[in-house]
Ligand binder design. Structure first.
Ligand SMILES: [Zn+2]
Length: 306
């Protein structure tokens, strides 16, 4: 069930991708505040995971996309189509989706952008959307969902946090992180009356992220088990991407320590390893509590004692 007072974070899916290496759902995180919720990323399985967690579209206020790798947006269309209209306890009020703009350094014509992605999905499912609007009396989907490209000039290394969204429950701030060659890629911080959560998105070990997460109650940070890929003979290009674009679990621990976070949750787990592999590496750098996330785990903010 959804909490009607207070705040909690639900790790709906924790797997990196696009790959099916474990039973975990793809990366997606819900931030629940006083009976409403906000989603960050739409990995494979997030629609079912959100439903199982008790989240219904009618309580969705806004959504955020960290970057446009497919494992973060693959289920965006399904989530919207499965949570739209009163017939499915879906949203009937406006929902905003904030995410990266097109890559300004790419002029290939495939540069992307969140506004373009959402518009393209509505085009692709235009037949279904039109039929359900006229035949089932659902509200026009295009009029309910608005997509917004986040504008952040400058490069990731010198990035400053920018305000992205606010309502009566949350204030959301983004900062560019380092996930080359993907650009832009963001981390998000949610501040509420109850506390704060910071979500790393996909990033190499990042001081700008540590600054964004200063004093945060909960830091949800990605991690990669490089040993998993090395031991299985993955190719040089694949390993190179993992090394320069993601963070080791001890690196996540260092970022948590630098930021003064109260608690570290490891999610977006790339590679397969026992919980203790992830936890011990992070805990070697961070003195606070460390949890290895699983799909559907709930984290009250601030954490209850015990
Ligand atoms: Zn990525």
């Amino acid at each position: 069930m959804i909490r009607h007072t207070g705040m909690e974070v639900i790790t709906l899916g924790v797997a990196a991708g696009p790959a099916l290496r474990t039973e975990e759902a793809g990366i997606s995180t819900a931030v629940v505040v006083d009976g409403a919720y906000y989603l960050v990323d739409f990995g494979l399985g997030c629609t079912r995971a959100a439903h199982t967690a008790g989240l219904r579209g009618r309580d969705l206020r806004a959504a955020f996309v960290t970057h446009l790798h497919s494992d973060h947006v693959a289920e965006l269309s399904a989530y919207l189509l499965w949570n739209w209209g009163a017939a499915v306890d879906g949203f009937t009020s406006p929902v905003a989706i904030h995410g990266p703009s097109a890559d300004p350094w790419t002029d290939s014509g495939a540069a992307g952008g969140t506004e373009r992605l959402v518009g393209s999905l509505f085009d692709a499912f235009g037949y279904d959307i039109a039929i359900r609007t006229s035949d089932e009396g659902r509200p026009p989907l295009g009029g309910l969902v608005s997509a917004h490209d986040i504008r952040t000039p400058g490069d990731a290394a010198a990035a400053r946090p920018v305000p992205v969204y606010r309502d009566d429950r949350v204030e959301v701030t983004a900062v560019l992180v380092q996930h080359p060659p993907v650009f832009p890629a963001y981390a998000f911080r949610f501040d509420t009356d109850h506390g704060s959560v910071t979500l790393s998105g996909d990033t190499a070990e990042s001081d700008t992220l540590a600054a964004l997460a200063e004093g945060t109650d909960l830091l949800v940070h990605e991690a990669v088990a490089l040993d998993y890929y090395r031991d299985r003979g993955f190719g040089a290009a694949f390993l190179h991407h993992q090394e320069r674009s993601h963070t080791s679990p001890d690196g996540a621990g260092r970022v948590a320590a630098k930021s003064g976070a109260r608690r570290l949750v490891l999610s977006h787990l790339a590679g397969v390893a026992p919980d203790e592999y992830w936890r011990a590496a992070a805990a070697s750098m961070f003195p606070g509590p460390v949890t290895v996330a699983r799909s559907g785990l709930r984290f009250p903010v601030p954490a209850r004692k015990g």
